[in-house]
Design a binder for this molecule. Sequence first.
Ligand code: AMP
Length: 380
Amino acid sequence: MSFATLGLSIPLLSTITRKNYTHPYPVQEQAIPAILAGKDVLGVSKTGSGKTASYALPIIERFQQRTERSERFPPALVLVPTRELAIQVAEVFTDLSEHLPQQIKASAVYGGVSINPQMKNLRHTDVLVATPGRLLDLVESKTLHLNKVEILVLDEADKMLNKDFREEMDKILAQLPVRRQTILFSATLNPDIKWLQEHLLFEPVTIEIKETEDAIDTIEQTAYHVSMERKGPFLRYLIKEQNIQQVLVFASSTRTADNIVAKLNKNGIQAAAFHGDMGQNTRIDILHQFKSGKIRVLVASDLAARGIDIVELPVVINYELPRSPKDYIHRIGRTGRAGAMGKAITLVTPEDDHHFGIIQKKMGRKVAITETDTVNLQGY
Ligand code: AMP
């Protein structure tokens, strides 16, 4: 199937070609025509499946016909659970509409940073991407009104169902017009999502993209046996020897991440840490530098790494094993995304052997482990 059959106009098809999207992903094949037709959608699909474009493209298309923009009444609202996702999603809208006759103004609002610049930037927004708490601040201070929202998207809705979010969500939903189009994406279809589905959606088109085993097959996995003491030098050796230009390294704690970064920088390899202790602006800045290639190595903890989306991230290194096999799969899933081939390298100490065995069993894949005793690490 090609994008041309989905009902998108020629200018948007040119943008898609420019982005090198050769064919639509399964979620896009199903969601784009449904959203263009004004239907409610329930999508069960994970990050990495192309779900953002699956709702951004038809929303942009529909907004090409709009002539008027009101100052503080956004016609589309995308609710997301994290700041990183808010920024990413707003960027996708801006990026995809950049060369169109009618550019879309997308703004991201999220907590953890000063509210004033976000307030200033809100005027004439077409697509507001928001985390619930900050959105409520803006609504309650009357900076923003939600009673003209025509399209509501809940992205990663399964992460917005805990108690704190639930209260905020109820307040937000009370502000929205009853007549609207609602699009809900979730990674799983659990009973809570069913509740949302029943209360928010009207005769939705349901799209379920099963996670195929192939996702993992686009990742070339290797592992190295290396003792605790030789891990640091071996990491630097790998990066230099294999001439790795962009790599996400996973560490188990903030402290280890900082230590790895300090040593890499001392050895002339540009690196930065990425963890929860940093201010939001610092994190945004670091992520930009990493994406643009100014930082070669990003060292992150599991928590911080959720939501990082870098197109075709070539290599991921597990400096330490995660506790759960699920986290291992989640980590290596940062590479080989959206059909691109990626590489995942894991450093395994003798103490890790048993645990790595369990991970491989759960994953249903065997990973060859190379011995490194004879590798000369002098000078690394
Ligand atoms: P998402 O699931 O929205 O986080 O998207 C995952 C990645 O896939 C993003 O980096 C997109 O730019 C990319 N992508 C989305 N749709 C396509 C497509 N049809 N062809 C190639 N890449 C795509």
